[in-house]
Ligand binder design. Structure first.
Ligand code: SF4
Length: 271
């Protein structure tokens, strides 16, 4: 949606505001559709999970990027749509940034470190978004920015919300502690009534991680999550902001920016 809005000269996603990523030059992709969690707020379907018997090598994924990005943008060609300038269209079909996320847990793809290196070799910048359950794999990956999700202040809430295949809580804490030495962000998806409590417990975990940024973002009632949660589970932006202020008061992170439309607040580590 943000990619198409940007193509038409409109607003860009909050990642443009926070980190300078141009939405129309950003490819959202995943190297695997598998996941080892069943988060209530996930927009993907668990009921129709594909069975992947064969992994694509990094070269195949790399070769498909331009082709499938162009296909995803079909109909927004400057010739077909006079709200799109030729300059933006040409930029969009020559993407510069790869967000490795979307649907599935990327660390379950066995060649993830090689894929990221190949993307950098070919001139792309990368964001890697992970649920943090695989610290060994994360240690081997060197994206421009590493994101790890923290969706609960404690083990019990984690199990209730993320419904992992195994007890990964300690592994997630281990992954979070990897973030202090690299450009990184922790993503907290705030679900009203489920994990929007104990800000000081979140703060203690954030403090120990030393991550560069913390994004506190309201849950969005989208995709298959609508079968598991209610519209009322979406916090208002003011509620996200109020929660972020309580977290900020309990650790060395300070308010950096916010985007009301996306209901997200970003905090930055004070060094
Ligand atoms: S970890 Fe990510 S992809 Fe997996 S279920 Fe949770 S939100 Fe969905």
């Amino acid at each position: 949606m943000w990619c198409k809005r940007a193509l038409q000269g409109g607003e860009m996603c909050y990642k443009h505001q926070f980190y300078g990523i141009d939405s129309h030059r950003c490819v959202q992709m995943t190297p695997t559709l598998r996941c080892n969690q069943r988060c209530l707020f996930c927009w993907r379907s668990f009921e129709h999970e594909p069975q992947e018997d064969v992994e694509c090598p990094p070269e195949t994924i790399l070769a498909g990027l331009h082709k499938y990005q162009k296909k995803a943008l079909a109909g927004y060609n400057a010739v077909l749509d006079n709200t799109v300038t030729d300059e933006r269209w040409q930029e969009a079909i020559d993407p510069k940034h790869i967000a490795i996320s979307l649907s599935g847990e990327p660390t379950l793809y066995s060649q993830l470190p090689e894929l990221i290196d190949r993307l950098h070799d070919n001139g792309y910048t990368t964001f890697l978004v992970s649920n943090g359950t695989n610290p060994e794999m994360l240690r081997r990956c060197n994206p421009l920015q590493m994101y790890i999700s923290l969706d609960a202040p404690d083990r019990e809430t984690y199990h209730a919300i993320c419904r992992p295949q195994e007890n990964y809580w300690d592994r997630i804490q281990e992954s979070l502690r990897l973030l202090g030495t690299r450009r990184s962000a922790i993503r907290i998806t705030l679900v009203k009534g489920l994990n929007d409590f104990a800000p000081e417990q979140y703060a203690a975990i954030l403090q120990e991680s030393g991550a560069t940024f913390v994004e506190i973002k309201g849950y969005m009632y989208l995709g298959y999550s609508r079968n598991r949660l209610a519209r009322e589970n979406m916090p208002e932006h003011a509620e996200v902001r109020a929660f972020a202020e309580k977290v900020e008061a309990a650790c060395d992170y300070r308010f950096k920016d916010e985007n009301k439309l996306s209901r997200v607040v970003v905090l930055e580590h004070m060094t």
